[in-house]
Design a protein around this ligand. Structure first.
Ligand SMILES: [Zn+2]
Ligand SMILES: [Zn+2]
Length: 252
């Protein structure tokens, strides 16, 4: 057994909610800390700074943020994360890996919320790596692979597969069912899957019904549901899936 076989990744759902605060939950923000490496985030919704601090995490330790798509509940926390770093004396660079268009949308978001902040001098670099569907990128020791999600957001939306410390964490992001999810999930140690509604057909989102229909094709070792509306939160304990909640922490 090599050291990678024994390594683990601490996964904490700092935010596990949808865009609209269903169940009082905070927006998407999954904190991943591989053994012996700095933490990274998988999505950074608008509420993420509060979510991280609630969990006792130091936001300035976050080395990279992997963004599934450019909706506010998935990337809207970045301006706050950057400004918090500026005011707390952050020195280490921050890498943002997101779909094509991320650099321009981040600048727009910063200047809309805090005018002048996009071009303000900082003691640390914010680097943006744009990741097109079908390609890979590496940041903070994490290898990310991206597939096209079916979820309009003014830019391509991504389903992501992150490899770190010998583990693979797959993430649907927000998407209608797409056969790409079979590859995204294949053999992953953990699949974090949107389950927005139970079986109501909401465009561009995954339902519990879709996961059930395709259960045999999703070959990850473990699945945890997230991004649940009130409709799904009412189903807690009535389906066989593990579910995320704000602050839920596990090791893979
Ligand atoms: Zn969302
Ligand atoms: Zn979305």
């Amino acid at each position: 057994m090599g050291s990678a076989d024994r390594a683990t990744v601490s996964v904490t759902f700092a935010g596990s909610g949808d865009a609209f605060g269903s169940g009082g939950r905070l927006q998407a923000c999954i904190h991943l800390r591989p053994d012996g490496a700095p933490p990274v985030l998988l999505d950074c919704g608008a509420t993420s700074l509060a979510a991280l601090k609630r969990c006792g995490f130091d936001p300035s330790e976050v080395a990279a943020v992997f963004v599934s798509h450019l909706h506010g509940d998935h990337f809207g926390g970045l301006p706050f994360l950057v400004l918090d770093g500026q005011f707390s004396g952050r020195a280490q660079p921050l890498t943002v890996v997101g779909p094509p268009g991320t650099a321009a949308r981040l600048d727009m978001a910063m200047d809309c919320l805090f005018p002048g902040s996009a071009a303000a001098a900082r003691r640390f670099a914010v680097r943006v790596t744009e990741l097109a569907p079908g390609s890979t990128a590496r940041a903070a020791g994490v290898e990310a692979a991206a597939w096209t999600a079916d979820h309009p957001s003014g830019a391509p939306a991504l389903c992501l597969r992150l490899a770190m410390a010998g583990k693979v964490i797959a993430y649907t992001g927000d998407t209608a069912w797409t056969s790409s999810l079979i590859q995204v999930a294949a053999g992953a140690d953990l699949l974090i899957a949107e389950a927005y509604y139970r079986d109501k057909a909401v465009p561009y989102h995954l339902r519990l019904a879709d996961l059930n229909t395709h259960a045999a094709e999703l070959t990850s070792r473990r699945i945890i549901l997230t991004h649940m509306s009130a409709d799904m939160l009412d189903q807690q304990g009535r389906h066989g899936y593990e579910t995320a909640s704000d602050g839920l922490s596990l090791r893979v």
